[in-house]
Design a protein. Structure first.
Length: 296
């Protein structure tokens, strides 16, 4: 039996499960990466989110940063939620402001429903409305043996990846009016599975089901709910411990395109689902995954 599983699993009794303490701490700092992700928007804005207010979770780096900056280029004011990477968050806010937008930073763990409520309250207090909610924040912990997944890690992963989405939608719901959009981040692992990311891929399956069910729940009120399922994308999450060292050696090379994607290759999918270009779409999933064919 592996080292983690030798002791009796602990049952987490707290309502909010703290970080597991595994090193390195994730999701990691983009500022410390040598090979920087590409997050800058690739094309001029066209006002597709003019006058809108958006919340982007995990907006300090990676896909979240690319989405936040692209939304700003398209005219949105953006509240950026992040865990603890202050340097990355400040850089994202600066990039949003460089696009002529306004940014609001909100630090903390979205596994806490009270913190989710504060994020929504601060956003509405500052700008008076909420039009788009992007549920992008997530964490993952690679384990080759299912017995290595502790009760704490299992509950923590679900708390971060799916419970937080429930908490945020619950807090945001009173402010979402006809024409509002929710965009969730699921993953190619939901469709393919992942031998080293058992708990993570399970949460992504839950997110896809949540997306489809929430769409059915809200569409009569004119609120659309969709999702994006990225493939391997070059963000801090994987090199800072989200993937094993062995997997990182060939990260993204198994896609038909033959390389990992960049955050600015994924952000346009979020923009499309957030704006009126996708006005006849709800309960759907887009797949920027390097050409991998999935049944989704």
């Amino acid at each position: 039996m592996t080292s983690k599983a030798k002791s009796k699993p602990k049952r987490a009794k707290a309502a909010v499960i703290a970080q597991t303490g595994e090193q390195p701490r994730m999701p990691g700092h983009e500022s410390r990466m040598t090979d920087k992700p590409e997050w800058e928007p690739r094309y001029p804005g066209s006002g597709r989110l003019a006058g809108k207010v958006a919340i982007v979770t995990g907006g300090d780096s990676g896909i979240g940063r690319a989405v936040a900056v692209l939304f700003a280029r398209e005219g949105a004011k953006v509240a950026i939620s992040y865990l603890e990477e202050d340097d990355d968050a400040r850089a994202t806010a600066k990039a949003v402001e460089a696009e002529g937008g306004e940014a609001l930073l909100h630090r903390g763990d979205l596994g806490d429903p009270g913190l989710c409520a504060k994020l929504v309250d601060k956003t509405v207090e500052k700008w008076g409305r909420l039009d788009v909610l992007v549920n992008n924040a997530g964490e993952q912990h690679p384990d080759k043996d299912i017995r290595d997944i502790t009760a704490q890690q299992l509950q923590r992963t679900f708390q971060t990846n799916i419970f937080s989405m429930f908490y945020l939608v619950q807090a945001a719901r009173p402010h979402l009016k006809k024409g509002a959009a929710i965009v969730n981040c699921t993953s190619v692992t939901m469709y393919q599975g992942s031998r080293e990311l058992l708990d993570y891929s399970a949460t992504k399956g839950a997110i896809t089901a949540f997306t489809r069910s929430l769409s059915e729940n809200l569409i009569a009120d004119g609120i659309r709910v969709n999702a994006v399922a990225p493939g391997p994308i070059w963000t801090p999450l994987n090199p800072f411990g989200g993937s094993s060292k062995e997997k990182m050696k060939t990260f993204g090379e198994n896609t038909p395109i033959g390389r990992p994607g960049q955050p600015n290759e994924v952000a346009p999918a979020f923009l499309f689902l957030a704006c009126e270009d996708s006005s006849y779409m709800s309960g759907q999933v887009l797949h920027p995954n390097g050409g991998t064919i999935v049944n989704g």
